[in-house]
Each structure stands twice: as structure tokens, then as C-alpha cells.
Design a protein around this ligand. Structure first.
Ligand SMILES: Cc1cc2nc3c(=O)[nH]c(=O)nc-3n(C[C@H](O)[C@H](O)[C@H](O)COP(=O)(O)O)c2cc1C
Length: 180
């Protein structure tokens, strides 16, 4: 698939087929995540591949009520939990560069690679950010030096929604100085 087609054609999919994902495809997707850029190449992102139905059901319970992605957790064969190692991205010798949460940034880059790689392979994902990350961490046995950043249901799409509208470029892009 051509890159720009992959970028624009990727959708957040919430309805999945009950079809297995090959280990080869899963490995390609995770390898795509591994090649994402990261702060000082610290590679703080980690991945928990959840295949076990009771664990998936437990993660589903951590979602916000009425989260549109709830049903995805029943149908998809795999959920990938993206974890960030704390105090590595944006840190040098234990001192923070600034007060921004750079582990979130690194995990987002890795997450986008997962989403694009999945789409390029005919699979689909939805990034789930609205959930109780502490409760999800407890379910997954995550230690204090890591944080669950997002959950990614992964599977073959049963229904791919139309693309939600994007703002016009003229609203987003400024030249030389920002203007509201
Ligand atoms: C950081 C982040 C958090 C998100 N959290 C959720 C979520 O909790 N539940 C959900 O159904 N979709 C979630 N989404 C998916 C967005 O709703 C979706 O990306 C957006 O509507 C644009 O649609 P598209 O991905 O198909 O282009 C999230 C997306 C991002 C980037």
C-alpha cells in the first residue's frame, strides 16, 4: 500500500471479525512499533499483547462508561496495551528536561506505527485512551515505573466507518507566526 494511502485510509475500527491474526503479521506490526523514533533513542514504549479473553474482558471494564470502543474488546482477537517507562523519555541522568510528559509522546509515535502497520496488512485498530490506566495496570501486572498509555484492539475489520471530517488545512497551518 502506498504511504499516503495508508495514512489517509486508516480508520478507527470498532467492529471486528472473529478471525485469528497470524504470528507473522503480529510480529510485523510490533516491529513497526519498535522502529518508531524516541527521545534520545531511549525506546521507553513497551507492549503487552493480550489474547486471553478474561484479561481482555477485565481491560474492557476499565473503559469509561459508554466508551464507543467497549464492544471492540469482545470481538477483537488481540488487544495491545502500550506502556511507557517513566522517567526515561525527556530525562537525562534522572533529571527532567521540562515538565512535559515525553513518554506519552514516544508511546504515541509507536502507537501510530502500530495503527499504520496494521492497516497496511489489512488489519485494523482503534486507539483507546479513555480508560482507568491504573486499573488496567493492575490487571496487567504493570510495575510503578511504567504507565499504561493506551489500549489497542487489533483485528480484521467487520465494518470500517466513513472518515470523520478533518479541519481544513487553512485552519491548522500558520506561516511565520501563530494566529488564532
Ligand atoms: C489519544 C486518543 C485517544 C482515543 N481514545 C478513544 C477512546 O477511548 N475510545 C474510542 O472509541 N476512540 C478513541 N480514539 C479514536 C478517535 O475517536 C479517532 O481517532 C477520531 O475520531 C478520528 O477517527 P479516525 O481515527 O477514524 O480518523 C482515540 C484517539 C486518540 C488519538
Amino acid at each position: 500500500m502506498e504511504l499516503f494511502e495508508t495514512i489517509t485510509g486508516r480508520r478507527s475500527v470498532r467492529d471486528y471479525l472473529d478471525s485469528a491474526i497470524s504470528e507473522d503479521d503480529l510480529r510485523k506490526i510490533l516491529d513497526g512499533a519498535r522502529w518508531a523514533p524516541s527521545w534520545a533513542n531511549k525506546q521507553c514504549a513497551r507492549y503487552v499483547v493480550v489474547k486471553d479473553s478474561p484479561v481482555k474482558a477485565g481491560l474492557k471494564e476499565t473503559l469509561t462508561p459508554n466508551n464507543p470502543a467497549c464492544d471492540s474488546f469482545d470481538a477483537c482477537p488481540i488487544v495491545i496495551a502500550v506502556l511507557g517507562r517513566l522517567k526515561t523519555a525527556g530525562y537525562k541522568k534522572g533529571v527532567a528536561h521540562d515538565d512535559r510528559q515525553w513518554h506519552m509522546y514516544d508511546c504515541a509515535l509507536a502507537t501510530q506505527n502500530v495503527c499504520l502497520a496494521a492497516h497496511a496488512l489489512g488489519l485494523a485498530t482503534v486507539i483507546v485512551g479513555a480508560f482507568d490506566y491504573r486499573a488496567a495496570g493492575e490487571i496487567l501486572g504493570v510495575t510503578d515505573d511504567y504507565q499504561v498509555v493506551c489500549l489497542l484492539p487489533l483485528g480484521y475489520p467487520k465494518r470500517t466507518p466513513d472518515a470523520p471530517a478533518r479541519r481544513d488545512l487553512s485552519e491548522l497551518v500558520h506561516t511565520d507566526a501563530f494566529a488564532e
